[in-house]
Ligand binder design. Structure first.
Ligand SMILES: [Fe+2]
Length: 205
């Protein structure tokens, strides 16, 4: 992404948030370039799941605000990617994957200069890290990964698995929960997966 474009996004975000902590209520006036992403279905669903989970985990109000923003904006860096990769119906080539894997860094870069969003930028940067350290782009592991990133990783995976994609049908919620369980301790924070499953079970009871 060009430096000028990043600066424009940061300026729009700063203007919309006005440096305040009340930015979640500013969704309708959120930066023009980020608004479509903010309102996009996957991001909204991940935010809803993440907030439910955050409340179940007893997070404070400021932590919930940060979590909601991280969830809504976790993939915002994809907006800097070529449409040919984003909308490709089949598997990505190795080169295309190398571009795709840069979206956490690009998203974080869009947010890092916005007053009050530094922690959100860090969480966006780390949303593809894995509990065992084999994720990207930083390769950090365990509790070195921001809590909001670990929550977004679980909720994002569940949302993605239970949604139809051009190249595959949606999986059932039970299937998706089993897949999360399989990834607990390797891809995902096991405590977060446990809380997510417990929360899903109590909602279904
Ligand atoms: Fe992502």
């Amino acid at each position: 992404m060009a430096l000028q474009e990043k600066q424009e996004i940061a300026a729009e975000a700063a203007a919309a948030t006005n440096g305040s902590q009340g930015y979640v209520r500013l969704a309708p006036v959120f930066p023009r370039r980020l608004r479509d992403h903010w309102l996009e279905g996957h991001a909204a669903e991940v935010a809803e799941l993440a907030l439910d989970l955050g409340r179940a985990l007893g997070l404070s109000s400021p932590a919930l605000l940060e979590l909601e923003l991280a969830a809504r904006l976790h993939d915002v860096g994809k907006r800097a990617m070529p449409e040919s990769i984003l909308s490709k119906p089949g598997p990505l080539s190795e080169v295309e994957w190398s571009v795709m894997r840069r979206h956490p860094e690009w998203g974080s870069g869009m947010l890092a200069d916005v007053p009050g969003l530094e922690d959100v930028a860090d969480a966006v940067h780390a949303h593809h890290e894995r509990w065992d350290g084999s994720g990207y782009p930083l390769g950090i592991e365990g509790e070195h990964i921001p809590l909001a990133s670990r929550i977004v990783a679980v909720c994002g995976a569940f949302s993605a698995m239970t949604t139809d994609r051009p190249y595959r049908s949606a999986r059932s919620a039970v299937d998706a929960l089993c897949e999360l369980q399989r990834g607990a301790g390797s891809q995902f924070d096991p405590a977060i997966v446990g809380a997510f499953i417990a929360s899903a079970e109590s909602a279904a009871a």
